[in-house]
Design a protein around this ligand. Structure first.
Ligand SMILES: [Mn+2]
Length: 412
């Protein structure tokens, strides 16, 4: 029986993908959604011209840039670059995210570069007067991994710009959409805008140097230190090399893991179950601020011999709002495994038709609300039982794809 895990590149899927031609960029026509039929091939200068026109049209306005709840270097640096480009058009942008900066390198990046991203909790954001913004911008995201984006939609702030490299998550209407699922990093896209002259970086401007350093970090982190980089990423990195501060980048990369992150990695190692070259590990409960330990553990587990894909998940507890959510990360080195497709197929959709997760090249993530069972309970037996329920259910769903011939679930 053939594996359910479809590894061919042209299999029948509902997920729209751009053709595998990195030289051609698909840009949808104005005011259309991301349907492939409605896209036409255009070259980079046309994309940039279109963005220029869009920015010009909104000159003097105020925009809000939304990035994912737990921002990564690619999102942070790309959003900052958009902000600097928009400044030229007297567009004032605020970069916002919910959630927290969890990865030690991201904390260092934001501190050392004074990166202007602001954390907003969903309740406080809801209470804000959002009418000061005439437009919304999504960078390295399509809004599906943000608690803030639905609030912006509710406030009826028009979506003006979307720049992303994840596979299509949902239909979006925006004036300008540059969605390239074959591109490794959003930082590469933004760097190309710079190269096309949207903004000239200047080595005597410290902000430009710091932003170039952030972009270099974003580009490196989304390409596994350039090991998965393609020509366009190397070209972007070469351009950034004229401006970035290598010592500053080194300082960001030197930031050490916290003890608690090390503990989560240890737990993942201890709990991992190996099936068909997949390594699957539940790590139990972890604090909100340590959420990024999950992708770091997945990064680590995928390095084991004979393993091509690692999935690590745990229940993250947010003390402030007393909510819990299952967070998971997938890392793969298997070129024929599409993380976006895999995660959508494993977990399916919720009652509103939203997927529990998605991904990009070689990496993916998911979030499953714990809902009614979610609030903290002092009873350790209860907590243990709850974890076991989620752990079993997630493993069962994963194994359906990983090990389709085996109907019996084995949890150890
Ligand atoms: Mn990215």
């Amino acid at each position: 029986m053939p594996s359910k895990l479809n590894t061919s590149s042209n299999h029948n899927s509902t997920i729209t993908k751009t053709p595998a031609n990195p030289g051609i960029i698909n840009l949808p026509l104005e005011g259309t959604n991301l349907n492939r039929e409605e896209q036409s091939d255009r070259d980079l200068s046309q994309i940039v011209k279109k963005l220029e026109q869009t920015l010009e049209k909104h000159r003097g306005e105020r925009q809000i840039i939304v990035i994912q709840d737990f921002p990564d270097p690619d999102a942070l640096s790309s959003a900052w670059t958009y902000q600097l480009i928009a400044e030229k058009y007297e567009i004032q942008c605020d970069i916002v995210y919910s959630g927290t900066l969890s990865h030690q390198e991201n904390i260092a990046l934001v501190k050392l570069t004074n990166l202007p991203a602001k954390r907003k909790t969903a309740p406080s954001f809801q209470a804000e007067d959002l009418s000061v913004y005439q437009g919304c911008v999504l960078v390295d995201s399509q809004g599906t991994n943000s608690q803030l984006f639905p609030i912006i939609e509710q406030a009826k702030i028009p979506l003006v710009v979307v720049i992303d490299h994840h596979s299509k998550q949902k239909d979006l209407l925006a004036e300008f959409i540059d969605l390239r699922s074959q591109t490794r990093a959003t930082a590469t896209i933004l760097t190309q805008y710079l190269q096309e002259g949207l903004l000239n970086f200047n080595t005597s401007n410290t902000k430009h140097i710091k932003c170039a350093t952030a972009l270099m970090h974003g580009l490196r982190s989304d390409t596994n230190r350039l090991m998965q980089a393609q020509e366009e990423d190397f070209l972007a990195a070469a351009y950034l090399s004229r401006f970035y501060d290598s010592q500053l980048l080194n300082a960001v990369l030197q930031s050490a893991r916290s003890r608690r992150v090390m503990d989560v990695i240890e737990r993942s190692l201890r709990n991992r179950m190996i099936k068909n070259n997949f390594s699957i590990a539940g790590v139990g409960y972890l604090r909100y601020d340590d959420r990024d330990a999950i992708p770091q553990a997945a990064d680590f587990l995928v390095t084991e011999e004979d393993i091509h894909t690692a999935v690590v998940y745990g229940i993250v507890h947010d003390e402030d709002d007393d909510i819990e959510v299952v967070i998971g990360s997938l890392r793969t080195t298997k070129l024929t495994l599409d993380p976006d497709e895999f995660i959508k197929e494993v977990f399916g959709q919720d009652n509103y038709g939203r997927f529990f997760g998605g991904g990009r090249h070689m990496a993916g993530g998911f979030e499953i609300p714990v809902g009614f069972l979610g609030s903290f309970n002092d009873n350790s037996d209860y907590a243990k039982l709850k974890w076991e329920v989620f752990d079993t259910q997630i493993k069962q769903k994963l194994l359906r794809l990983v090990n389709p011939d085996d109907d019996v679930i084995q949890t150890d």
